[in-house]
Design a protein around this ligand. Structure first.
Ligand code: AMP
Ligand code: ZN
Length: 436
């Protein structure tokens, strides 16, 4: 499989050269950060007065972590490190709780970001001959515009369809022979359901690939969608604080997401102690962007949990890969004292063939106990099945979840299309428990 590179030299640097480059860029990033009121204050206590005080990559540990709360508290301009006239764009997170987080970009920031996304496109084996349907939000959310600029740079024909209006999305796919889609996994499952409902065979479309991200999904979900559409799915990782898409992406080997390490220093830490963990150990990713001007960040705690895959990849890219995100350190559920990640439940559900495309986890109190109710849509064909068959299926789902997470959930089976659909990030967990 021969695949092009977008920035060959940077994507294939040997470790030693990469680390030398990281050190140089870290020094300039520290200088840049010191231009922002937040870091000027934060770094006072560390004795780091300029980038020259950083002598090795190990000195990174002298710098305190930056958190989402820090970003919120410095709203709206505390993190801005350039003059207003240099800023060409801002993006902001949804901010459903409290103040949103804002990231500003200079023209150079946008340029670097577009190159990173262009790398992702080529890594997946796509290119200028592809028709790219960008089925993700344009706006303050970074997914739409972020991917748009990178895809345009590569020369793909972009259909900037954004989210929603699934009937129109399908028509666009058919009329313009879209070959690559960008969406959330949950929306992709919804598109599949709509195709079936309209008696269109998903495999009859011109699609070859889809880039799915913005929310966690399991390997079984990937396999399920690949089979439905007969396409390749590439996992895409990013977050608005780190630009958006273009932080981690899978190459054609689909064995973990390459991190563009000439642009981000990646650490994995124990979320409780803050200690650095070794390659292969599961923990929280911490990122230091290395080329940012308007909003530099130092040691940003992502809250996302995964591990580094240190083995070299057959594609030749030397940026180390990360395994699928298993969840966020703040989305772990504790139900009756048992720790559960929603991703564990999804992993189980998506390997059961009778399970359809949507599910939700409800947490409730039942007397003194806490109960987990898993609501699952099933395939239309099976929905007409006998009561006995449905009971058997319920029991099977319950047993499989129990084997995975020790809890004994209640299972509710639902008609296809009856659970809520989310165009962007799906809400998988509804916690109705009384907070003490
Ligand atoms: P936002 O800043 O709104 O773009 O959200 C970023 C968050 O979405 C990340 O911190 C992750 O928790 C989640 N996310 C993005 N991409 C993925 C992915 N491929 N797999 C799992 N979670 C993801
Ligand atoms: Zn690779």
């Amino acid at each position: 499989m021969s695949v092009d590179f977008w920035q060959n030299d940077l994507e294939t640097l040997d470790r030693q050269s990469l680390e030398a480059l990281q050190l140089e860029l870290l020094k300039s990033s520290v200088d840049q950060a010191l231009q922002a009121p937040f870091y000027k204050n934060r770094l006072k206590k560390t004795g780091i007065c300029s980038g020259q005080d950083i002598k090795s990559l190990d000195d990174l540990k002298r710098i305190p972590f930056t958190t989402k709360d820090d970003l919120r508290e410095s709203y709206p301009r505390g993190m801005l490190a350039v003059d207003q006239e240099q800023v060409v764009r801002m993006h902001a997170s949804s901010g459903t709780t409290g103040k949103p987080t804002v990231i500003y970009h200079t023209i150079k920031d946008i340029d670097v970001w577009a190159d990173l996304v262009a790398r992702c496109v080529l890594a997946s084996g796509a290119g200028k001959n592809d028709v790219f349907q960008n089925m993700i939000s344009y706006g303050l959310f970074t997914g739409g515009l972020g991917f748009h600029y990178g895809a345009e740079r590569v020369g793909m024909m972009i259909i900037p369809s954004g989210t929603g209006n699934t009937a129109r999305q399908i028509k666009l796919m058919q009329d313009f022979s879209s070959t690559v889609l960008h969406a959330t996994p949950s929306y992709m499952l919804h598109v599949n359901a709509k195709l079936i409902e309209n008696k269109i065979d998903p495999k009859s479309l011109a699609l070859k690939k889809a880039y799915l991200g913005a929310e966690p999904y399991s390997e079984n979900t990937r396999k399920k969608i690949e089979k439905m559409f007969d396409i390749d799915i590439y996992n895409s990782y990013g977050m608005s604080e780190l630009n958006g898409p273009g932080v981690g992406f899978e190459c054609v080997h689909k064995c973990g997401m390459h991190i563009w390490e000439d642009c981000y220093i990646l650490e994995v830490i124990d979320p409780d102690t803050g200690e650095n963990l070794k390659e292969g150990e599961q923990g929280e990713m911490v990122f230091t962007p290395l080329r940012r001007q308007a909003t530099p960040l130092l040691r940003y705690r992502s809250r996302d949990l995964t591990s580094i895959i240190p083995e070299p990849c057959a594609c030749g890219r030397t940026g180390r890969r990360i395994a699928r995100i298993t969840g966020r350190s703040d989305d772990m559920l504790i139900v009756s004292g048992v720790n559960v990640f929603p991703s564990q439940i999804e992993e189980v559900l998506m390997k059961i063939p009778e399970v359809g495309t949507n599910y939700q986890i409800y947490l409730e109190n039942k007397g003194a106990l806490e109960k987990m109710v898993v609501k699952v849509e099933i395939y239309s064909k099976l929905f007409e099945g006998s009561a006995a068959a449905l009971d058997k299926l319920k029991a099977k789902i319950r047993e499989e979840i129990k084997a995975q997470v020790v809890l004994n959930p209640l299972i509710e089976l639902h008609e296809p299309g009856s659970l809520p659909v989310y165009e962007l990030k799906s809400k998988r967990v509804v916690d109705n428990r009384i907070k003490l």
